[in-house]
Write a protein that binds this ligand. Sequence first.
Ligand SMILES: [Zn+2]
Ligand SMILES: [Zn+2]
Length: 183
Amino acid sequence: MIIDNAAVDSVRLLANRGGLSVQLPAVEVSQSPESKFREYLTSRPKPQRYTDQQRDMVNFIFAQHNHFDAEQLIDDMKKAGFRVSRATVYRTLNKLVDAGLLRRLELGPRMFYEHDYGYPPHEHLVCQQCGQVIEFQDDAINSVIHDVCRQHNFQTNGHTFIVRGICTNCNRARVTKRRLDLV
Ligand SMILES: [Zn+2]
Ligand SMILES: [Zn+2]
């Protein structure tokens, strides 16, 4: 893959653990995440009630784009003073994926989630040492996927493209350590 300057410009750093998070520009959507979720709940074969805990979760999750797992979300919400039950969080995350608001990402041994609704399609570089997640957009990847699907007459519903490795900071730290070991 050739990375040109435009692609590098479109790379946004997103520190996964506690750092500054920079978002890709949002995509215009007609509904708020909350009203889209309510619509999903009422459209179920057995309509479901929108609970206060679910409302708190949707508002909390959609306040900022992030890559998070269920346990991290539970911790963060508790720290912010919300009362959340673990079972409700797991159940609601599944519903939010089903409703098209969140998407699942296998970034490591645990399942991660991020906004799908109102957020542009993008790919990920994941540092296996510090957990940093770098988001990027690249037209070349999309056009390859489009061509392959057309060759197979395959109708795509989306894709996940995750590159695993070591980020520049961790790499630098490793090189420095190696140098020190040699002294
Ligand atoms: Zn790293
Ligand atoms: Zn992402």
